[in-house]
Design a protein. Structure first.
Ligand code: PMP
Length: 444
């Protein structure tokens, strides 16, 4: 591993156990796009945590709404009591969904939302007399969560192989990395070609065995803001309809105004059957997630005797009060409009950086989910040597300069490109975009 340039401050041994031995400074406070640590440093949160803090940190209205709810009831178990914030949030969320997606199932995070979608698809198949349908086709590369079920639809062998066999049970098709394909096809044709791979996979697996297909409308962690060609979406819907397969859109990262519209799929007027959300809907104020499904899918399951699934903290009034206040603030602060406008600016700024740094290629994304690759040759997207650890170097050098970026090496598509994402809070100003890109430039 390349040596990290971050000065290690001496901290007492910790009993916390997350993933690695890496230590980080203690957080002190956070406001807007900035986070301060106890050692007196200030960071620009250029990725909103992992694309969570959509309305920005330290929002006083959300904090006040949560305090008001705390005075009333912080917890009420759904099997014993209904609660108003959950009812109201479900009503408002369903108004933002396409088609007849107006059944909302609350959870506490993204992985729980994806688990819920997988189980709902499976139980829908059983409830509609198609008990052989159990597979959920996913894409490679992709990320859909860390629990065993969500991992099984995650296309990243580095994450899934250790936990085999359960995590390798689901079939995968390539994600449409069409922006860097070198062929004679138009973007339009590439979109269709990638979508047709779903049909080929369904036929190879046997249509009677497939319950659902899961995808992010705009790719997040695994592909650094990958945007499929426009033609992809309609063709995917057509194939799902033809074979009676449910379409699940994972909007955990792309949803909640992140890409300049409330849902990533709204850019193409998509009509999925199930949508998963988390991250931005709680914006870091509360652990909150939701699975929103169409009546057509939910009703047979309820008729069958109920959805055999649920979590203790689901729909708790405090998290839902936070979610309601976040929705209000998104509207008041104009998050969708600002994400669209600042995203255009950010794309232009990054394209400017490609002239200074020829190893940057494939600038892409929508709204404030913007990614780029770091390559040896920008013409044919030749990866940088793995032992250069470009992604870790960028993370470290930016961190040292007070900027949080999201950087990984794409895995599972055979190429292994280093990439980074910029996804600041949606309230970022023009001046702050300039400040962020300035620090990024120094780090690059
Ligand atoms: N789906 C997507 C698209 C995600 O990006 C993530 C988290 N990065 C998840 C699911 C899992 O969410 P969580 O970490 O909240 O469980």
């Amino acid at each position: 591993k390349a040596p990290s340039p971050i000065a290690r401050t001496e901290q007492p041994a910790s009993h916390l156990f997350y993933g690695s031995r890496q230590r980080r400074p203690l957080v002190e406070r956070a406001e807007g796009i900035y986070v301060w640590t106890q050692d007196g440093r200030r960071f620009i949160d250029g990725s909103s945590g992992p694309m969570v803090a959509n309305i920005g940190h330290g929002n006083r209205n959300v904090i006040a709404a949560m305090q008001r709810q705390m005075e009333k009831a912080t917890f009420a178990y759904r099997l014993h009591f209904e609660n108003e914030p959950a009812e109201e949030l479900a009503r408002l969320l369903s108004q933002k969904m396409p088609g007849d997606l107006d059944r909302v199932f609350f959870v506490s995070g993204g992985s729980e939302a994806v688990e819920s979608a997988i189980k709902l698809a499976r139980q829908w198949a059983v409830a509609t007399g198609q008990p052989k349908r159990w597979k959920v086709i996913c894409r490679m590369p992709s990320y859909h969560g860390g629990t065993m079920g969500a991992l099984a639809v995650t296309g990243d062998l580095a994450l899934t192989e250790t936990f085999a066999p359960q995590t390798l049970a689901m079939p995968a098709i390539p994600a449409p990395t069409a922006y860097r394909d070198r062929d004679n096809l138009s973007m339009e044709q590439r979109g269709i070609r990638y979508a047709d791979m779903l049909e080929e996979k369904i036929l190879a697996e046997g249509p009677e065995s497939v319950a659902a297909f899961i995808m992010e409308p705009i790719g997040g962690a695994a592909t650094a803001a990958l945007v499929p060609p426009d033609s992809y979406f309609a063709r995917i819907r057509e194939i799902c309809d033809q074979y009676g397969i449910l379409l699940i859109h994972d909007e955990v990262m792309s949803g909640a105004a992140r890409t300049g519209k409330y849902l990533g799929g709204d850019h193409w007027a998509c009509r999925p059957d199930i949508i998963t959300m988390s991250k931005g809907i709680g914006s870091g104020y509360a652990p909150l997630g939701a699975m929103i499904a169409s009546r057509r899918v939910v009703e047979p399951v309820l008729d069958m005797g109920g959805f055999q699934h649920g979590y203790t903290y689901a729909g708790n009034p405090l998290a839902c009060a936070a979610g309601l206040a976040v929705l209000d603030e998104m509207e008041l602060l104009g998050c969708e409009e600002n994400a669209a406008a600042m995203g255009d600016l950010l794309i232009a700024e990054l394209q400017g950086l490609t002239e200074r740094f020829p190893f940057i290629a494939g600038v892409r994304g929508k709204g404030l989910l913007i990614g780029a690759d770091m390559v040896a040759d920008p013409q044919d997207f030749t990866p940088l040597p793995k032992d250069k650890h470009a992604n870790q170097r960028l993370l470290d050098l930016a961190y040292e300069r007070g900027l949080i970026v999201y950087s990984r090496r794409i895995r599972g598509d055979g190429l292994g490109l280093d990439n980074f994402i910029l996804a600041p809070p949606l309230i970022i100003t023009k001046e702050q975009v300039g400040e962020m890109v300035g620090v990024l430039g120094d780090s690059l």
